[in-house]
Design a protein around this ligand. Sequence first.
Ligand code: ASP
Length: 324
Amino acid sequence: MIKNNSLAIIILLFFSFITFQITLSAQQNEGKYVIVLHGGAGGFSKDAPDSLKNVYFKSLEEALAIGKRLLENGGSSLDAVEKVINFLEDNPLFNAGKGSVFTSEGKHELDASIMFGKDLSTGAVAGVTIIKNPISLARLVMEKTEHVLFAGKGADELGLKLSVPVVHNSYFHTEEQYNNWLHSRLPKQPGETVGCVALDKYGNITAGTSTGGRQNKMPGRVGDSPLINAGTYADNKTCGVSATGIGELFIRYTVAYRISALMEFKGYSLKQACEEVMYKVLPEGAGGIIAIDKNGNYEMIFTTSAMFRGVATSDGIFKTEIWK
Ligand code: ASP
């Protein structure tokens, strides 16, 4: 009897402790959450037919609602970023997953990365050809391996080994991207890469980016999106960033980490750091970034004519935009 009572007390104490910890960590961030997403920076015309604009707006809203719902219900920023990006990868409108652009050889090579700001853990894949949702494999690289970045054949094989959904390379093909590529065979303006940054109720920031890269890229070319520090970065001490644009420039200027470093070492605000990098470091037209800092401030800046984007916060903001 005494033994049973002690056991009951221990179980009770254990659950009280867990509840206390959960409440405490939620309070650390006062239950605040923020999520921003992008669907690429580029030259989407204001004169596009309303029906087309509406399809984009509807997709951005649906993606944002997925992330908002998760964060509102106490979900982690990691889950929110992965699920939002999964939705955009499955959506043929965007240059990530299904709907990815064509390489110069008429194939698809996909890149993605994710980073968790609590402990700087991160995972990435580059040049995958059969992975349906590259962001999910990037997350598994982070959680299930001791490495950070897998590329090409090894990355595809890791996907098979970890039993993520795989598809034939032709799954990524869409008529629209095919016709674009067929007619121009040029690197078109950057655009429609997808990314998401979230701050959850526990104060953890996650950033992720997924893309088919740049149209007509040479086989094997890797852009900024799977490169931590260039296209994606997250640190709870400073901010989380996801970039879109001409990857070569974002790699050269270490864009995502540079924003965090300006905050950490120079005391810049998120806004000052993002503006410095987008307006002073990168050339005009390079692309755009979305970012959130540890206090829930957010930025969505671009130097192209448009960037598909959206933001939702615990303060009731819920909006999607395309132009300035
Ligand atoms: N940054 C991507 C890349 O260079 C493309 C984009 O964002 O549109 O691969």
